[in-house]
Design a protein around this ligand. Sequence first.
Ligand code: AMP
Length: 270
Amino acid sequence: MKILLSNNDLNEALYDVSNLGFVPTMGSLHKGHISLIKKSLKECKKTIVSIFINPTQFNNKIDFKKYPRNNKKDMSILKKLKIDFLYMPKVEDIYYPKRKASIKLKKKDKILCAKFRKGHFEGVIDVMERLTKKIKPQKIYMGEKDYQQLYLIKKYVQKKYNAKIISCKTVRDNNKLAFSSRNILLSKYELTQARKISKEIFLLKKKLSKSKNIKKLIINKRKELIDSFNIKFDYIELRDKFSLKVSNKVKNSKLFIAYFIKKIRLIDNF
Ligand code: AMP
């Protein structure tokens, strides 16, 4: 595994590489990331993983500061997986020369996390464009866990560059909780709560397919979860999985949730 710490390192290493799979991450690697990496290793001749905690996608400075950082452990995981390249750029490597991002989301895309985390996806799209331009991968592996991110990157980035976005299934623990780097920030008790909430949402999705009053069931479950777990929702919405429009039928739809346990914001879709 070659560790690339600058753009020079990156250019030298990728000089004559073709059939390259790219897995962008913010580190604190878990089984979700590992499944993306394994897919790239299987499908591509070479695999590059990036670890870059992108400041421009955080709409809250404290959240950026508190985001988990575990480079040593990450490096040992990646070494064992036998990836070809690990790219760990500094902020200057990505944002020099400083250019103000001109990314603007269309009005119809300002939903779900785009509505509640102002500027977040503009930051994500900007950094993904910059990384894709530099790395020039054939394929980019991204998780359905961040479904709206995947949807927007396909829409705003895939068309512009010659890279195919490969969507990868969400990996969950035995209790149906999706692996997430932010789970590290939860106390043991809060982790148990998050697992219980995931199970509840799974059951709700099942119930919805048999119900005639989907809207009411969702509203009631939202109230019930707030009362039982003392959480705060940004949203819990059923949306069409192709258009992301609000849906009132379960077929081809996903239930999207974003909620806070204390100050930790968790997202998922079912
Ligand atoms: P992050 O490090 O959180 O920016 O995530 C890097 C990539 O891993 C993104 O494409 C995520 O969607 C994906 N990812 C995160 N958690 C999971 C999971 N539990 N299952 C599958 N993919 C995931």
